[in-house]
Design a protein around this ligand. Structure first.
Ligand code: SAM
Length: 283
């Protein structure tokens, strides 16, 4: 077990700094201060990050940290921490490590007993979820489905029984494929496409997977959200109603109150409960 009291020790720190997902104004004062304070900023793509850094006049040494040089680059970054320097990791947009590189580095930094601290900001899946109109109480962030159609189909099939909102990132050129596959595997579920979040052409398309099959090609950056498997309400038949009313009567309620209580419990109209109760009694 390892405990990190982030601001009560003087160990060097790796800051994971979330960056804007479109609108560059969405960058916190704290994020700027941290990037100004570190020795080096590791970027997924130094050219992309330079736009943000220039906008906020952050003049720092940048190094590249991407999927193809993770191990080698992590070694260099650990060496900086060992020298007592703080460092930061940013990705092209949103949180590093969320469908972006950084997992290997964080593991190494933790293994070496340095601090890892998050600097908050946007992430496309959360921006999309809260405005989607779908259930936000529980959700599963899946990220990208596989490029390979057969594997993507299996991935969707594995998620089929999951009862919580599903969130995917998708490239525009693959959206049609994914929508067709999702309808075939998951059926006519409520869904939302959140496009170009925080940018000029931001759009939310809310509907269901069947309706989405009629959409023309969409451009830009896309989050696809699909409602989880809905629990089927058990069918309440007249016999069950009779049993429930009888139980309340046995417990001492008048038949009128028992019927009222069952109507409340089942969300079935009082007259219907009474009708069903009489029918079952007559059998
Ligand atoms: N790290 C990022 C995050 O925290 O959201 C995700 C990076 S992932 C490589 C890029 C994908 O995120 C895009 O293909 C798109 O699916 C989604 N995305 C990023 N920015 C977006 C935006 N402004 N609007 C909609 N989706 C976005």
């Amino acid at each position: 077990m390892k405990r990190q009291k982030s601001f009560e020790n003087d160990r060097p720190t790796l800051y994971l700094v979330a960056t804007p997902i479109g609108n560059l104004a969405e960058f916190s004062k704290r994020a700027i201060e941290v990037l100004e304070s570190v020795a080096v900023i590791a970027c997924e793509d130094t050219r992309t990050s330079r736009v943000l850094l220039e906008r906020y006049a952050i003049k720092k040494r940048v190094v590249s940290y991407h999927n193809f040089n993770e191990e080698e680059s992590a070694r260099g970054l650990i060496a900086l921490l060992e020298e007592g320097l703080d460092i930061a990791l940013i990705s092209d947009a949103g949180y590093p490590l969320i469908s972006d590189p950084g997992y290997h580095l964080v593991n190494e930094v933790v293994a070496h007993d340095f601090n890892v601290v998050t600097i908050s900001g946007p992430s496309a899946h959360l921006n999309a979820l809260v405005a989607s109109g779908l259930d936000t109480r529980h959700y599963l962030y899946y990220g990208f489905l596989s490029d390979k159609a057969a594997k993507a189909k299996r991935e969707l099939a594995d998620l089929c029984d999951f009862p919580y909102t599903l969130i995917f990132y998708e490239a525009p050129h693959r959206l049609k494929r994914t929508l067709e596959m999702a309808f075939a595997v998951l059926g006519k579920r409520k869904a939302c496409i959140a496009r170009e979040l925080t940018k000029k052409h931001e759009e939310f398309i809310r509907g269901d997977l069947e309706e989405f099959l009629t959409l023309d090609d969409l451009k830009g950056e896309i989050v696809l959200l699909i409602e989880g498997k809905q629990e089927l309400k058990p069918m309440i038949d007249e016999y069950m109603i009779f049993q429930m009313v009888s139980t309340y009567i046995e417990e001492g309620l008048s038949s009128k109150d028992a019927i009222k209580k069952v109507a409340e419990d089942t969300n079935i109209n009082k007259n219907k409960v009474y009708e069903n109760y009489l029918k079952a009694q007559a059998r």
